[in-house]
Write a protein that binds this ligand. Structure first.
Ligand SMILES: *Cc1c(COP(=O)(O)O)cnc(C)c1O
Length: 381
C-alpha cells in the first residue's frame, strides 16, 4: 500500500482491512477489555488485554505508520501522553535535551515541570537556526525536539538540516508534526527518528476526540516505545482510535482546503490597517518561507497576527468574531480564534517561550472563505 499508492489512497485504506468476521468495510469499534483464549496462552490474533492491544487501535496504528512512511505507529490517549511515553523511554537522570524557543505550551510544561524533576535538563534554542541547535548540543544530549511549523509563532525549522546535526552528534531527532500533518510534511523521510502527533488536531479533524501518536522506522526503538506504552498504559481507547481513523480518511481534502482558506485570510490581514504583523509560512516575507516551500506540500491552516493596541485590542478581536469560535485547540473543520498569551500559552509566561501580548492565533477551518473574511473584517472593525 505505502509503496504503490498515493497519500490519499493510503489514508483511506491502510489498516482498514475489511472485518474478517462480517466483511464490514470499516473496522468495528472493539469496545472490549479482554479476549477469550483458546487454551492458556492460545491468543487469537495476539489479543490478550486491551491495554496491550486492541484491534481498533491496531487499525489506527497501522494507518499512522503508513501515513508517515514509518514502520511502526503507536496510538495514545493524548498528544502529551505520547510525548510522556517517548521521554520516559529515551531519557534518564543526567540526560539533556534541546527544545525549541517556540512550542506547544504543554510540551514546554512537560520538560520544565515534570521531566526536569527527574534530573533531565534542557536548553532552549532557536531551532530555525541550525547553528543555534548545534551550539546547544552537548555530550549529555539525547534528544533534539523540533516543532515545525511552531505553535503559535509559525516558525519553520529545516528538518533535513537539523537531522544532519542529530546524525553527526549521535542524538535522536523528534519532530512534532501536529501543525503540518503527514499530508503536508514527512519528517521521517527528511531524516527525523520519531514523529509525534496530537491526533486531537488535524488528524482527528473534527474537534471530537483527544489523542496522540508516535511513529518511527527504527524497529528496536519501536519495541522500546511499545513496551513503555503498555507498561505506562496511556493508550487510545477503541472509540477514540476509531474517531481518529475516520477523521484521517478526509485529511488530504481538508488540508488542501485549510491551506487555501488560510491563504485567503492572510491576504485580508496583510492589507488590513489595524494588523501590524502576520505570521504565516506561506507569505514570501516569512523568514522560513523558502524552507517551508521546500519541505511542505502547502502551508497549512494556522495563522497568527498582531493588532495595533496590544493585549486589550487582541482580546477584543477574539471576543467579536461570530464564525470563528473563541476556543483553544486547532485543526478542526470549524474555524477557531484564541489569544495565546492568556489561553494556550499561559503556561510559558515568564519563560524563554513567552509569546507577544498582542498576538491572536487562528485555526482557519474549511467553511466558505468569504464568510471567514467577512467575519474577521467586522471583528477588526
Ligand atoms: C495540542 C498539541 C499537543 C498536545 O496534544 P494533546 O492531544 O492536547 O495532549 C502537542 N503538540 C502540539 C503542536 C499541539 O498542538
Amino acid at each position: 500500500m505505502t509503496d504503490r499508492h498515493s497519500f490519499e489512497t493510503v489514508a483511506i485504506h491502510a489498516g482498514n482491512t475489511a472485518d474478517p468476521l462480517t466483511g464490514a468495510v470499516v473496522p468495528p469499534i472493539y469496545q472490549v477489555s479482554t479476549y477469550k483464549q483458546d487454551g492458556v496462552g492460545g491468543l487469537r490474533g495476539g489479543y490478550e488485554y486491551s491495554r496491550s492491544g486492541n484491534p481498533t487501535r491496531t487499525a489506527l496504528e497501522e494507518n499512522l505508520a503508513a501515513l508517515e512512511g514509518g514502520r511502526r505507529g503507536l496510538a495514545f490517549a493524548s498528544g502529551l501522553a505520547a510525548e510522556d511515553c517517548l521521554l520516559r523511554a529515551l531519557l534518564g537522570p543526567g540526560d539533556h535535551v534541546v527544545i525549541p524557543d517556540d512550542a506547544y505550551g504543554g510540551t514546554f510544561r512537560l520538560f520544565a515541570k515534570v521531566v526536569s524533576r527527574w534530573g533531565v535538563d534542557y536548553s532552549v534554542a532557536d531551532t530555525s537556526d541550525p547553528a543555534a541547535v548545534r551550539a546547544a548540543v552537548n555530550e549529555r544530549t539525547k534528544i533534539i525536539w523540533v516543532e515545525t511549523p511552531s505553535n503559535p509563532l509559525l516558525g519553520i525549522t529545516d528538518i533535513a538540516a537539523v537531522a544532519d546535526i542529530a546524525r553527526t552528534t549521535g542524538v535522536r531527532l523528534v519532530v512534532d508534526n501536529t501543525f503540518a500533518s503527514p499530508y503536508l510534511q514527512q519528517p521521517l523521510a527528511l531524516g527525523a527518528d520519531i514523529v509525534v502527533h496530537s491526533t486531537t488536531k488535524y488528524m482527528g479533524g473534527h474537534s471530537d476526540v483527544v489523542g496522540g501518536a508516535l511513529i518511527t522506522s527504527d524497529e528496536s526503538l519501536a519495541d522500546e516505545l511499545a513496551f513503555h506504552q503498555n507498561a505506562m498504559g496511556a493508550v487510545a481507547g477503541p472509540f477514540d482510535a476509531w474517531l481518529v481513523l475516520r477523521g484521517i480518511k478526509t485529511l488530504a481534502v481538508r488540508m488542501d482546503r485549510h491551506s487555501e482558506n488560510a491563504t485567503r485570510v492572510t491576504e485580508l490581514l496583510t492589507r488590513h490597517p489595524r494588523v501590524t504583523r502576520v505570521l504565516y509560512p506561506g507569505l514570501p516575507g516569512h523568514p522560513g518561507h523558502e524552507t517551508a516551500a521546500k519541505q511542505m506540500k502547502a502551508f497549512g491552516g494556522m495563522v497568527s497576527f498582531e493588532v495595533e493596541g496590544g493585549e486589550e485590542a487582541a482580546v477584543a478581536v477574539c471576543d467579536r468574531t461570530k464564525v470563528f469560535t473563541l476556543g483553544e485547540s486547532l485543526g478542526g473543520v470549524e474555524s477557531l480564534i484564541e489569544h495565546p498569551g492568556r489561553m494556550t500559552h499561559a503556561s510559558v509566561a515568564g519563560s524563554a517561550l513567552e509569546v507577544p501580548a498582542g498576538l491572536v492565533r487562528l485555526s482557519v477551518g474549511i467553511e466558505a472563505a468569504d464568510d471567514l473574511l467577512a467575519d474577521l473584517k467586522q471583528a477588526l472593525g
